[in-house]
Design a protein around this ligand. Sequence first.
Ligand SMILES: Nc1nc2c(ncn2[C@@H]2O[C@H](COP(=O)(O)OP(=O)(O)OP(=O)(O)O)[C@@H](O)[C@H]2O)c(=O)[nH]1
Length: 365
Amino acid sequence: MTSERIDQAMEGPRDLTGDPGRWRYARVLRPILLFGASAHALFLLLFALLDVPVLVAFNTASILLYLLLTYLAPRVDPRWLVLTAMVEVLAHAWLATHYVGWVSGFHFYPLILIPLIAFLTRFTVVQRCLLILLTTALYSAMALAYTTAGPLVPLPDAVAPWLSAINAVSVSIGMSVFILFYAVAVQNADDLVRSSQERLKRLAATDPLTGLLNRRSMDAHLQRVVEGRGPATLLLGDVDNFKQINDVFGHDTGDRVLEAVGEALRQAAADRALVARWGGEEFLILVPDDDGTQADELAARIRRLVSQCRRDRHRPLTMSIGITSLRAGDTVARFANRADQALLAAKRAGRDRVITASSAGAAGT
Ligand SMILES: Nc1nc2c(ncn2[C@@H]2O[C@H](COP(=O)(O)OP(=O)(O)OP(=O)(O)O)[C@@H](O)[C@H]2O)c(=O)[nH]1
């Protein structure tokens, strides 16, 4: 998958301007705008019943505006959508409060704008602060003007408390939906960052060809073992005559052989030892909590499994292995170097054998 296709899968289809971000906003804003249009249809009915023609006309215009904004959602900058909806909400709240009074609860609606503006990252933080300040100032002005003033069209006693309660509940639900939506988005982003960090950490510690530990992360394990002074054994294995495989069959085949050797070592070590690709065709196996007693058996298993990775139909692959155990006063370099010397001795002795550092020079197994 190309990065462009991944972007598209994450963002949804592109809008008419080619901006994938707009479609993402449109996906959120469209249901809100449609909900706004439906709510205004109910208010239109209510004001028709209460015989307030100005509010009937305003609600009709609002429905048309919300439908138009729903259509425009993926086509225009979401900032214009929100600013237009903001003007409508403030004007509508002001007009409804002016006609049917503070008691109707229409003054609650501007409050819903605050979380909407706060979370709209298309605006800068300063722009969002200014818009929230403006909304708060208009809300306060409305409170000063209408909390004590009587309505032009008083609501029937049976209607006023219900309408106020319905408006309060609607605004609370709207605000909760916004906040929950963004809380989920933050949670998702947090999960994504965490999993990306873990993936990066895994990649940084792994050899890309074999999937084994890389030298850097094995170094860290060796450092811990040396500092802990616990018993530990190292096996340094090197594929014999590997250059020939590259020369005869090509580099790609060489890579496939290295992958197969890596898999064989993983199997041989199971969960008893850590395996790293130490260099080109060199592999380091660290057996923690082992004073050397497990090493011979592990080396034999490694050689058996490696021999099953045939380099061609006739000749099995062989590996030379140098073994050493941690000694008092060892540094990482000294510990690893001793394994290297044992491996060198195995190579010099004719390859396809195991030599332990304490008995370097002895016959291989
Ligand atoms: N395909 C492939 N080859 C590699 C990679 N890393 C190192 N090599 C090759 O591995 C070969 C190692 O060659 P030598 O050091 O001469 O070792 P050898 O042929 O195995 O001989 P001995 O170790 O003495 O048995 C070189 O040709 C390197 O180019 C790799 O990632 N992929």
